[in-house]
Design a protein around this ligand. Structure first.
Ligand code: G3P
Ligand code: MG
Length: 247
C-alpha cells in the first residue's frame, strides 16, 4: 500500500457483505484490494487451527456445539454460508492453512491480522501451533497478532519476538498501555467507541480501531490518519479513504 495511508483491514474477511470468516469473505476482501485481513482462530478437538469468530458453531453454521469438542472432519460437514444468505450455501469452515493457501494463490501482499481467540477458552498450545503454521510457510505478506488475552500475546511474543503485536480492548486500556511500555506490543486495537471518547492520539503507538462501519466513523479515523481501521465493509472504506486521503 501507499505510505501513510490508513490501512483498510477487512474484519472477519468482509463480514458486512459475505458470510464472516469464510473463503468467500476473504476472497471479497482481496478483490476489494483491502490492505489487510483480520481473522479469528480457535482449536478443534483434534488440534487443528479453525477460523471462526465464536467459540460455538451455532450462530454462523447449521451445527451446534463448541469448536473445541469437534474434530476437523465434523467441522467440515457444517455449512458456514447458508445462514448469511442461501446464495452462499456450501461455504465451509476454513482452517488457518486454507486461508494462507488462498492468500498465497492470490498473491496477497497486505497484512494478515490473526486474532487468537483465547479470551473465553484457553486453548492449550494454540500459540505454538499458530507459530508452527506460520513459520513453515514462506509468506509474501506480513502477519500481525492480536488478542484480548494479554497472556496469549506474551506467549506469542516469547516464541516470535520479532513479530508485531497488538492488544485488543473495548474500554479497559490500562493493561494495553502497560504491555506497550514493556515492549510486548507495538499497537493497540481498541473499539472505535473508546477511540472517539479519547480524542487524542497516543504517541508512538499504532492504532487500528474496530469495528469502523459507519461512514462518520470512517471519516473520523481517516481524517486523523490512524494506522488502520478494521471494518466489515472494506470496499466502502476504500472508496471513502480515496476521497479523504487520495492514493
Ligand atoms: O480485531 C478486531 C475485532 O475482531 C475484535 O473483536 O469480537 O470481532 O473478534 P471481535
Ligand atoms: Mg476478531
Amino acid at each position: 500500500m501507499t505510505e501513510n495511508l490508513t490501512e483498510v483491514i477487512a474484519h472477519r474477511g468482509s463480514k458486512g457483505t459475505r458470510p464472516e470468516n469464510t473463503i468467500a469473505a476473504f476472497q471479497e476482501a482481496i478483490d476489494a484490494r483491502s490492505d489487510g485481513i483480520e481473522t479469528d482462530v480457535h482449536l478443534s478437538a483434534d488440534r487443528q487451527l479453525i477460523i471462526m469468530h465464536d467459540e460455538k458453531v451455532n450462530r454462523t453454521t447449521n451445527g451446534t456445539g463448541l469448536i473445541v469438542q469437534k474434530t476437523l472432519a465434523e467441522l467440515k460437514e457444517l455449512d458456514a454460508g447458508y445462514k448469511f444468505s442461501p446464495a452462499y450455501k456450501g461455504e465451509r469452515v476454513p482452517t488457518l492453512d486454507e486461508l494462507l493457501d488462498l492468500l498465497i494463490t492470490e498473491k496477497f501482499h497486505g497484512v494478515l491480522n490473526i486474532e487468537l481467540k483465547t479470551n473465553k477458552i484457553s486453548y492449550v498450545g494454540i500459540e505454538e501451533l499458530v507459530t508452527e503454521t506460520i513459520q513453515k510457510r514462506d509468506l509474501p505478506f506480513k502477519v500481525i497478532y492480536s488478542s484480548f488475552n494479554g497472556e496469549s500475546i506474551r506467549k506469542m511474543h516469547e516464541l516470535n519476538p520479532d513479530s508485531e503485536y497488538a492488544k485488543l480492548f473495548k474500554t479497559a486500556y490500562k493493561n494495553a498501555m502497560l504491555m506497550k511500555k514493556s515492549k510486548l506490543i507495538q499497537g493497540i486495537h481498541p473499539s472505535v467507541k473508546w477511540v472517539k471518547r479519547h480524542k487524542y492520539l497516543l504517541p508512538n503507538v499504532l492504532i487500528r480501531p474496530w469495528t469502523v462501519n459507519a461512514e462518520s466513523d470512517m471519516v473520523f479515523c481517516f481524517n486523523r490518519r490512524m494506522t488502520g481501521i478494521i471494518t466489515d465493509y472494506p470496499r466502502k472504506a476504500m472508496t471513502i479513504r480515496k476521497e479523504i486521503q487520495g492514493g
